[in-house]
Design a protein around this ligand. Structure first.
Ligand SMILES: [Zn+2]
Ligand SMILES: [Zn+2]
Length: 572
């Protein structure tokens, strides 16, 4: 049986600061981010009045959110109950799993648990915010276990696209959850161990109440492929272009990929330079944890200038077309150290994250127009996904055999497909969660949504965290789309205008050409105020309203636009 919230009777609202304590003998799951979307994961498990948080990540804002870079889940529900939050367990070091800790931890102040590489990445981020000494981080070894309040948490090694990815077996007296985190089954991951199949089978033998798992690639048939294949393809590709400079762009956190590029380069007698700050940060975190020990130190972009072009491979940030990234600057010939020229090759060892297609396309066009050859995963097998395709999901269900499948880390279509696949694997129940749905997993009875809690989104707006779904961002949006106007009125004690209204307009008028238009607006405001009754002219609110309507009406008539309009009224 697949349930969604719409099948259920309206649950009670548990938000609004009312004390809400889960029943002692039940186990709850509550996603506040990452369900119905890919990004900004925030998952909570509740038992005996205590909460365990799994992951706390960000998403990157797209061009529908002007002026914003980073968005994250609104943690209000758990921040209001932070005394009952026993800890935050982080599965791995991707931004959508730990990127919000540096912004939201001050509201939570709980202990943080993660494996050593993840801890290094996290500490570097906390350091930038001056929090490195404040946040208590406990490092858990790979395959290790930790008691966090009433939850016994075991880290189980899986494979993914970053060092040290982990599934979590979360045990309580009333049942075990296998929270998969992000995973795939790579038989030759090139870095780290293969997924711990034996342990996953044993956990399955013990009995698993629910598998809460990655839905990203549930629509993809077959298997995700292996990093070993990518290493081979990169080696061949670099060999096919012996006389030119080669640049490879990939996700900075994919350390196995960095190593693969380094191996492929070395096969053909090339040195490797890193270009981009995030690559150097990950390089440092990886090497300080013993990864890439066999790979010679990378050259800096400065050193790279002394290496003949046919003896060099550049690894660059910017696979998503980010405008300030190394590759974007190189493509627009705006990089202080690094240049490419006609005949050189740029390999995109990455996939296009949905939403970035246009930015990537712009950058690739810029490269191609300069006679630089662009190779993507469509041309050669230079990338594999880090998430499980259908065959891998089936194997996981065969090993773990949960009673309930709870598909997360996906949009609705991914979650639905994941649920269907789980049922095909004889999983008795599947429940597709949405952010804010409090789900009682067990014991006994079918899993069901028992309450809705507030689950909004926050954005980092410059230096401040602001709620996304409120008036502030709506008016920012309206301003961007419709322009803005400010009218200033000066009135005397009798409610008469002392001087002509002043009107300033942003983003609608072309200074000189539209001067007459502005005079019309001023007249319209003057008339609107004059038309008010004497009593109304003594009432600030009525005057402001009349002026606002007049401005918006004018622009609607001439431009088909209603600018965000502010009226200042001064009484003298
Ligand atoms: Zn990940
Ligand atoms: Zn993820």
């Amino acid at each position: 049986m697949t349930q969604s919230a719409s099948d259920l009777p309206a649950p009670k609202d548990a938000g609004g600061g009312e004390p809400f304590a889960p029943e002692d003998d039940s186990l709850y799951f509550l996603p506040l981010g990452g369900s119905g979307e890919i990004g900004m994961n925030l998952n909570l498990y509740g038992h005996r009045g205590k909460w365990l948080m799994v992951d706390l990540g960000i998403s990157f804002a797209d061009d529908t959110m002007p002026g914003l870079d980073v968005i994250m889940p609104d943690p209000a529900f758990i921040a209001e109950r932070k005394d009952d939050l026993v800890g935050l367990v982080v599965t791995h070091a991707h931004e959508d799993h730990l990127g919000a800790i540096q912004y939201l931890w001050p509201q939570l102040r709980c202990p943080v648990y993660c494996t050593p590489f993840t801890a290094s990445v996290l500490r570097a981020k906390l350091h930038e915010r001056g929090l490195a000494a404040t946040v208590p981080i406990t490092e858990v070894p790979l395959g290790g276990s930790v008691e966090v309040g009433p939850f016994a948490v075991e880290y189980v090694t899986v494979t993914h696209s970053i060092p040290e990815p982990n599934a979590l077996a979360i045990r309580t007296p009333v049942g075990t959850v296998l929270h998969t985190g992000d995973w795939k089954l790579d038989p030759e991951p090139m870095l780290g161990d293969t997924a711990d199949e034996e342990r996953l089978r044993q956990i399955g033998d013990e009995g698993v109440l629910a598998l809460v798992g990655d839905s990203t690639n549930a629509l993809v048939p077959g298997s995700s492929g292996s990093e070993a294949g990518v290493r081979k393809a990169l080696t061949e590709l670099i060999g096919q272009h012996p006389d030119v400079r080669i640049a490879v762009s990939c996700f900075a956190t994919n350390v196995a990929r960095l190593e693969s590029i380094a191996h492929a380069a070395a096969e053909h007698g090339r040195h490797v330079a890193l270009v981009g700050r995030s690559l150097w940060r990950i390089n440092e975190a990886a090497r300080s944890n013993g990864y890439m020990a066999e790979v010679p130190a990378f050259l800096t972009e400065h050193d790279a200038n002394y290496v003949p072009r046919e003896k060099l491979v550049l690894i660059c940030t910017g696979s998503q077309g980010e405008p300030r990234s190394a590759l974007a600057r190189i493509a627009s010939d705006d990089h202080p150290q690094v240049t490419l020229q006609r005949g050189d090759v740029v390999i995109f060892s990455s996939r296009e994250i949905p939403g970035n297609e246009r930015a990537i396309g712009r950058m690739q066009n810029l490269l191609v127009s300069q006679g630089i050859r662009v190779v993507t995963a469509d041309d050669a097998p230079v990338h594999v996904s880090g998430h499980p395709a259908k065959d891998e999901l089936v194997r996981m269900y065969q090993w773990v055999r949960p009673r309930i499948a709870v598909p997360v880390h996906g949009e609705q279509r991914h979650q639905q497909e994941h649920a269907k696949l789980a049922q095909g694997c004889q999983v008795p129940e599947a429940l597709i969660p949405s952010n804010g749905e409090l789900i009682r997993l067990g014991p006994g009875g079918p899993a069901r949504v028992v309450a809705h809690v507030r689950a909004g989104r926050m954005a980092l707006d410059g230096k401040r965290l602001v709620p996304l779904d409120t008036g502030l961002m709506r008016s920012r949006h309206r301003m961007v789309h419709n322009g803005a106007a400010v009218a200033t009125l000066v009135m005397n004690g009798k409610g008469e205008l002392v001087t002509a209204p002043q009107v300033a307009v942003m983003g609608l008028l072309d200074d000189s050409a539209d001067r007459d238009m502005l005079l019309d607006v001023v007249d319209a405001v003057r008339e609107a105020v004059a038309d008010l009754s004497k009593t109304a002219r003594m009432d600030d609110e009525q005057v402001r309203n009349a002026a606002r309507i007049a401005v918006r009406r004018c622009f609607n008539a001439t431009h088909g636009k209603k600018p965000v309009t502010e009226v200042h009224l001064v009484r003298v």
